[in-house]
Design a protein around this ligand. Structure first.
Ligand SMILES: NC(=O)C1=CN([C@@H]2O[C@H](COP(=O)(O)OP(=O)(O)OC[C@H]3O[C@@H](n4cnc5c(N)ncnc54)[C@H](OP(=O)(O)O)[C@@H]3O)[C@@H](O)[C@H]2O)C=CC1
Ligand SMILES: Nc1nc(=O)c2c([nH]1)NC[C@@H]1CN(c3ccc(C(=O)N[C@@H](CCC(=O)O)C(=O)O)cc3)C=[N+]21
Length: 308
């Protein structure tokens, strides 16, 4: 696959740093090629609907980026914004309309939702076939039992990077820090599927540093800026930093991961930076999942290499 070749070339230029931005550009180019073919051969245009409730500035930036990249891939983007005070019934009615709309192949409801809404009920109202986040309980169950599912974008992106770097993952010790439904748990499921020996660590884990030192693959999805230090890392390990933390630096802010990059980069065999690591892969995989959902909806063969 071109995206893999592209990433390998780039990784070689800066040894040890995994260029998620370049790899994601390759994935998006693959998606765009398939989208163009769907259009020319079948007259079908994949469509992604993104729903944002409220006005969180970080979410607004993220939703705008998704819209831009969706259109760049040749797909249709439908953006729906509801006010912070919208009722759950209003959101449910919108989801029902999107479920019934044949031009919409993927639906993403940006999380977190305002506190007065029941996020589980909202997610489970999405047609599982259009659930491009892979958060619906049916997709969670399908993934957990090794059946064909929609796979959550962030863990899918992490797995693509790991496979590109390491090839066969079987038998490797993988430690995932974090057990959220959107990152930690599905990441653990995917690594188990790859025959890794998986440990899931969390806030009650005893001696996290010692647990991390056993990891050939370390995935950090904690939400604590620079918590994982270089001396927690097994020399040569592959480190995937999912964390996106905005911290103050002087009178400005910057993004840092959950891993202390400066102390980790000399110990790890390879590491993803923040920004430019997992984040761009998440959006690329969202587009890949939308394409996959569109192919399935139309009874067409799915592109290879874009899902597991
Ligand atoms: N790059 C991307 O595309 C994405 C990035 N993110 C980022 O990833 C990070 C994690 O997100 P998400 O999974 O939603 O976060 P959650 O807050 O839902 O989960 C955090 C997890 O980390 C664990 N944890 C918290 N503190 C510690 C600690 N001191 N030691 C060990 N474990 C701890 C928690 O444990 P417990 O369960 O015991 O509370 C929990 O399981 C965030 O920085 C987020 O911004 C998220 C989604 C996509
Ligand atoms: N239903 C739902 N699905 C999600 O997948 C989802 C969500 N809700 N809520 C929020 C989190 C967070 N998330 C990110 C995706 C991309 C970047 C990303 O592209 N980051 C860039 C930097 C962007 C910047 O500079 O701000 C990078 O790491 O290089 C970040 C974060 C998806 N999430």
């Amino acid at each position: 696959m071109d995206s893999q070749t592209g990433a390998k070339v780039d990784a070689g230029s800066r040894a040890g740093i995994i260029d998620g931005k370049a790899f994601a550009a390759g994935v998006r180019a693959d998606v765009a090629r398939h989208v163009a073919r769907l259009k020319s051969d079948h007259g079908i245009i994949p469509g992604l609907a993104v729903v944002l409730v409220g006005t969180d500035p970080a979410s607004e930036v993220y939703v705008r980026n998704k819209g831009i990249q969706t259109r760049e891939a040749g797909m249709q983007s439908f953006e729906h914004k509801l006010s912070e005070t919208a009722s759950q019934d209003e959101l449910m009615a919108l989801i029902a309309r999107l479920n019934a709309d044949p031009a919409v192949h993927g639906i993403l409801v940006q999380l977190p939702l305002p506190r007065h809404m029941d996020a589980d009920a909202v997610i489970n109202a999405i047609d599982p076939a259009k659930d491009v986040d892979g958060f619906h309980v049916l997709n969670v169950g399908l993934l957990g039992t090794g059946q064909k599912a929609m796979v959550p974008c962030t863990p899918l992106g992490c797995l693509m990077l790991l496979r590109d770097r390491l090839g066969d993952l079987s038998g490797l010790n993988a430690v995932v820090i974090g057990r959220s439904n959107i990152v930690g748990k599905p990441m653990a499921q995917l690594l188990l599927r790859e025959s890794c020996t998986v440990t899931v660590a969390h806030s009650r884990t005893r001696d996290l540093a010692a647990v991390c030192r056993g990891a050939d693959i370390l995935v950090a999805a904690v939400g604590r800026p620079r918590m994982i230090r270089g001396d927690w890392i097994k020399p040569g390990a592959t480190v995937i930093d999912v964390g996106i933390n905005r911290i103050a630096e002087g009178d400005r802010t910057r993004l840092v991961g959950d891993v202390d990059f400066d102390s980790a980069v000399g110990v790890a065999g390879a590491i993803t930076p923040v920004p430019g690591g997992v984040g761009p892969m998440t959006i690329a995989c969202l587009l890949a999942n939308t394409l996959t959902a569109c192919c399935r909806a139309n009874g067409l063969a799915e592109p290879e290499g874009l899902t597991v």
